[in-house]
Ligand binder design. Structure first.
Ligand SMILES: Cc1ncc(COP(=O)(O)O)c(C=O)c1O
Length: 373
């Protein structure tokens, strides 16, 4: 079966029938949009809402708390610039050195205009992920906001979220979580532990498309946030045309602005529908079985493991360091030529088995790596 040796769920998720479902959604949209009647907006906004509702189910978020953004970075930007004036002024924003680089670039760029100091928790010498203990040590009462990376994209290290959140509450900080690397694979509940916001995107374990990012913001905080970008869709009633009476919607819709770009939500919805119909425990058990197999193989092959061994400390990937004598692009290309799909960041080979990856496909990968080494 094609896809048996597909290991890119940290990047783009696949499921059987994805191409067909995606083409069907696009064809249905084309038919609606290209028909000379007035059904377009009810159709397109309905699909967007269905996409949001699928996401709410994945993260157990209440109605009115979740909306769409093009990317994680854009969602995080919207949140940061919507915080009450002065909330971050003179305080620290805390982030780990192993966060998704895009979030770090954004924070570096906003530090001056928002008036905060960016504190980046360092990696220990030779380490690939930030230790929770080091993050907690740097998390002092002057931290106005901390961005936690639930699972790292280059090691698959998973933080101890309940412990981090409990500490953050004692420090009085706003707590946000980038859940991109594990959302849809590991269970997540926005209120247990109770976080303030979460950012994610749909193209990994949920198998969605690019452009389908989301922001969850705790209903406790929504009324305190004034998004910088606003427009007719930020209102409770977008059809209020009275230019002297603009009022932000009471819920997360205040983070919308002009006409919503519905395409990514529409294109991702069949994948989210597929995902919702699956046995989630089975998907996770399958990943756990194959990742355990990959850990054993890394040990056998003498490949240093960058991912923590205990299941509770890792997301859905196994990441190993390739020897310097074997350039990663060459390894990825050799595997590709054998129908085995992987990727690399520097000399880190990233392996994420999902629903299409099989035992036999994993054995093929291991045999191919053995031959290469
Ligand atoms: C942890 C994490 N955050 C964010 C992203 C994507 O961010 P953006 O949607 O801004 O490209 C990724 C993509 O790999 C990721 O792994």
């Amino acid at each position: 079966m094609s896809g048996e040796s597909y290991f890119l769920y940290h990047s783009i998720g696949q499921y059987p029938g994805k191409a067909r479902d995606l083409a069907g959604a696009m064809a249905e949209f084309a038919l609606s949009w290209g028909t000379a009647d007035d059904g377009q907006w009810a159709y397109a906004l309905g699909k967007r809402q269905a996409f949001i509702d699928r996401w709410r189910a994945i993260i157990k978020a209440p109605e009115g708390s979740t909306t769409t953004f093009e990317s994680v970075t854009q969602a995080f930007h919207a949140l940061l610039t919507a915080l009450p004036a002065g909330h971050l002024k003179g305080r620290k924003v805390l982030v780990g050195a192993d966060c998704f680089p895009s979030n770090h670039f954004l924070l570096q760029g906003l530090a001056e205009s928002c008036g905060f100091t960016l504190k980046t928790v360092a990696l220990r010498q030779g380490a690939a992920h930030v230790e929770d203990e080091d993050f907690l040590n740097d998390w002092t009462p002057d931290v106005g906001l901390a961005l936690l990376t639930w699972v790292s994209s280059t090691t698959s290290h998973r933080i101890n979220l309940p412990q981090m959140v409990a500490h953050g509450r004692r420090m009085g900080s706003l707590i946000g979580v980038d859940i991109t690397q594990a959302a849809g694979l590991l269970p997540f509940d926005a209120s247990a532990p109770e976080i303030d916001f979460a950012v994610s995107t749909s193209l990994k374990w949920m198998c969605g498309t690019p452009g389908a990012g989301v922001l969850y913001l705790s209903p406790r905080l929504i009324a305190h946030c004034q998004p910088e970008l606003r427009g007719w869709f930020s209102q409770d009633n977008p059809f209020n045309w009275d230019i002297t009476r603009f009022a932000l919607a009471p819920d997360i819709r205040r983070f919308d602005n002009g006409t919503p770009g519905v395409m990514a939500a529409l294109a991702s919805l069949p994948a989210l529908d597929w995902h919702a119909a699956q046995d989630q425990a089975h998907i996770l058990a399958h990943n756990r079985k194959l990742t355990a197999r990959l850990i054993d193989a890394a040990d056998d092959l003498g490949l240093p493991l960058l991912t923590p061994r205990p299941e509770a400390k890792r997301g859905g990937s196994i990441m190993v360091r390739l020897p310097d004598t074997l350039p990663a692009p060459q390894v990825v290309a050799t595997l590709r030529a054998q129908g085995i799909t992987t990727d690399a960041r520097s000399q880190t080979l990233r392996l994420s088995p999902g629903i299409m990856t099989s035992d036999a496909g994993t054995d093929r990968l291991i045999a191919a790596l053995k031959a290469l080494l």
